[in-house]
Write a protein that binds this ligand. Sequence first.
Ligand SMILES: Nc1ncnc2c1ncn2[C@@H]1O[C@H](COP(=O)(O)OP(=O)(O)OP(=O)(O)O)[C@@H](O)[C@H]1O
Length: 672
Amino acid sequence: MTVLRSKRLAGTAESTDSDDALAISLQGVSRTFPGAEAPALLDVSLAIECGEFVSIVGPSGSGKSTLLNIMGLLDRASSGSLAIRGQDVETASERSLDTVRLHRIGFVFQSSNVIGDDSVISNAAIGLRVQGVPMDERAVAALDALEFVGLVHKRKVQAKFLSGGERQRLAIARAIATHPQIILADEPTGNLDSNNSSRVIEYLRKLNSGGVTVIIITHDLDVANQTDRQIEIRDGRISRDVQDNSHIRRNLMVPSAPEALDASSQQTWVSRIARSLLDDCGDAFTALSARALRTMLLITAFAIAIGGMTGALGISSTTSNAINNRLAIASQDRLSVSVGGGPAVLRDDFDGLRSGVDRIASLPHVVGASYVYSAVPADVRITRVGPTDLEPETPLSLHSSSKTYFNDFEMQLIPHNSRSAFDDLGAGPLAVVSTKAAIALDVPYSKQTGPSAGASIWINDRLVPVVGVFDPGSNFPEYTNSVFVDASVMSAVSRAELKIQVRTEKGFSAAIARVAPLAYSPSDPGKARVDVTADIQSIRQGVSNDLGSLIALLSLVLMLLAVITAASAMYLTVQNRSEEIALRRAIGSSRWLICRSFILEGLIVGITAGSLGGIIGNLTTLCVSWIQTWPPVLPPELWLVGLFLGAATGILSAIYPAWVASRKDPAIAIRG
Ligand SMILES: Nc1ncnc2c1ncn2[C@@H]1O[C@H](COP(=O)(O)OP(=O)(O)OP(=O)(O)O)[C@@H](O)[C@H]1O
């Protein structure tokens, strides 16, 4: 006879229940399934005493499993009453039923549902885990149970590698490890050969000798004949109920209320929570590592999405920093002053204009100042061959400025002296064109010597020789397709806007902006208005805001994508794990516990992917800034943002699948 190490299986504790209460009693129980023509059970009344060894037999479809599911609280009767050890349960809450199942009932199913990816000993201990039994006691009790069914030597093997008979013995070990008062076995020998079958019945008989009430559903008459009482069901009704006295050697010692209740009530709530959290994490890790490829793909998809999100944040910071720097530099050393007066000024008060500009140019910290006329495009026609030739497809703009302008603002001019005559009204006509304008107008030029000798263009009805080519660079995009002419050509244009462009030493633009109008027109400073500095500040703000909203939108889309991808993968997993979920529910795991375990899986996947995503985001930002030659901006919280986003998306994506898992009906799922 096996010597049990734990007193759980030895049945030595005192009972807390009323000893004369029936193990199970049913009064007028019926069960009708929605859409069924006839009830699966009809008006069944039954009393099973503590310590009985009962078999339920009957033809296929007669209602045996339905009866067992109702007795095991996996399903509810449509009418009638049910009591377990004297405790009425028909109106009990779902949570109370979970507790009764957890502490009083053990199940052994025909398909011997085991969690294949878990070790044999973890399978045996699963009910103890749900009961909150401390880890060391759990191991002892699970080993005892395995020893009882002769499986100790297989304790470390994954359950999926056990034979059919061994699985069934493991199912018995799992059922008895929690020290139940009642064992319900649905066709426990259904898939076994006669040897294994007798062994299983032998174990059940041995348990029964210890006081456990055992109820078996079977088709096998040999098995039924080994029990003390046979109940036959036909068409949902009890048709025969026979007591076989020759077998009766009932041990009337009534098993105790499980110790786990006492054990868990002795623990502080902190240690209870810590233990169950540890167990949940262990379960989640086992479930994730059992489906390693799926988990890795999920983490990768998540990590890329979160990497995209954090990368977008990093790139947005880097880009707005680069734009800000550029604009800040521009606003630091440049300003533009608007002055009234059209091209007529060039004819009527050219000297006045030049001396106003010179006065600004001679202010301290000013590097250079130049007037710039920009003609109204509708008034200008620039062509290559003649005044009636077609204009180029690219619209060209016409400007005129002081001869120092190109030097002051570092625009490259070829040949570099080609503007020297521009301020002279009598020197014209002459023009310099941007490289793009030269191409559009088909003006031949070389990058070393400028335009070919004799090159000319038509501006309105005037032939103007082209004396130079310039490159406005990225600082002056408004001059990409432009033609600069001398004052005599511009003075013939009817409408043009006049501005004075000023370049200062770095950091002096604001100071010069304050005095420039007075310097230009000492008698009437109101004639001039500074406009660029303020513009650039508002552009900076605008660019930052626009970029921020764009990135926020992009991040939201990526996050939705991650949540949907992960949720669908999780949902599929829940469907694949239906039997396991049903088994856990049958053992007594509450809906909340099932829900929690899936959310925990989502959280673990999310946190892992979030950390990876944070790293991917940082690397992406580094790459983009390296390619653009921008200084990278990597906010230190970027990685934390990734972690947080990962955790949030992990939980979000798990909520619906976890809810579906927790709503699974154990009675249906256990049928497979
Ligand atoms: N969830 C359900 N929804 C609808 N009908 C059901 C459901 N569960 C069982 N039934 C029906 O109830 C009747 C009894 O089924 P039950 O599984 O209890 O029979 P059984 O005696 O255990 O059969 P078997 O020996 O073949 O397993 C059958 O007609 C079955 O189709």
